[in-house]
Design a protein around this ligand. Structure first.
Ligand SMILES: Nc1nc2c(ncn2[C@@H]2O[C@H](COP(=O)(O)OP(=O)(O)OP(=O)(O)O)[C@@H](O)[C@H]2O)c(=O)[nH]1
Ligand SMILES: [Zn+2]
Length: 226
């Protein structure tokens, strides 16, 4: 969407007019007006400003590349999942072999960023689904987790977004995801409790039934023997 005036004018006009529902990442309508390169330039200036305000000497050899490094990392890496174009293409196949039990992809490594403090969230996601006719490539589940994790996030929303996307891809409600993750904003600052972790879950369709849910949880807790 292109409009007249400066980007600042445009932000001003938009005010709090977000396009998101509660399960969606709260993005502004103009989120993708700027190219990645333009975003990196702007963020670079902001990071420089923060470091200067803190009193850091940006002429120092070790620090002079930091604004650019952080800006690139934000746009291309840790927040690289904000752009819908980055959504992985999840190839599905017909369930020709008529596999009728649940499939569990467990211990998926998850790196995200807490949107309240911009500190890391590090953990594991466990996904299960029961095929309604389609099966999805195993790695696509890891890729979906990674895509939604590369955003400023809260764990609850991340968990729901993963389940909704898989339900869409597979054409079935019968999808579940459990996430167990450490939030560095709890572990390394504030209350500084290094031991605690946060567990969230989203159960769709048949996973709302106790027996089905328990089977999934048993697989997650099963020791992997290799
Ligand atoms: N529900 C939820 N809360 C989160 C998540 N990540 C971080 N938080 C919490 O967001 C809250 C923000 O609370 P504030 O009181 O505004 O922030 P704060 O003063 O830095 O709070 P403390 O961390 O208690 O020092 C904190 O309690 C965080 O632990 C998340 O994924 N889900
Ligand atoms: Zn936080």
């Amino acid at each position: 969407m292109k409009t007249e005036g400066t980007l600042e004018d445009h932000f001003e006009q938009l005010g709090d007019d977000h396009i998101s529902s509660s399960e969606e990442t709260p993005l502004r309508k103009d989120a993708f007006i700027l190219s990645d390169e333009e975003k990196i330039e702007r963020i670079k200036d902001s990071v420089r400003e923060i470091l200067l305000t803190l009193g850091m000497d940006l002429e120092d050899d070790s620090l002079k590349g930091t604004p650019n490094r952080v800006a690139k990392m934000f746009v291309k890496e840790i927040f690289g999942g904000l752009h819908p174009d980055k959504k992985p293409n999840s190839s599905t196949f017909d369930n020709k072999y008529k596999y009728g039990e649940m499939l569990v992809e467990k211990n998926i490594t998850l790196y995200s960023t807490c949107e309240h403090h911009l500190l890391p969230i590090v953990g594991r996601a466990h996904i299960a689904y029961i095929s309604g006719g389609s099966v999805v490539g195993l790695s696509k589940m890891n890729r979906i987790v990674d895509y939604y994790a590369r955003r400023p996030q809260v764990q609850e929303r991340l968990n729901i977004q993963i389940v909704r996307e898989l339900q869409k891809v597979l054409g079935t409600e019968d999808v579940a995801c459990v996430i167990d993750a450490k939030h560095l904003c709890v572990n390394s600052r504030g209350i500084r409790d290094i031991e605690s972790s946060t567990v969230t879950a989203e159960y769709g369709g048949k996973f709302k039934e106790e027996a089905v849910r328990n089977e999934f949880l048993e697989y997650i807790n099963m020791d992997t023997q290799f």
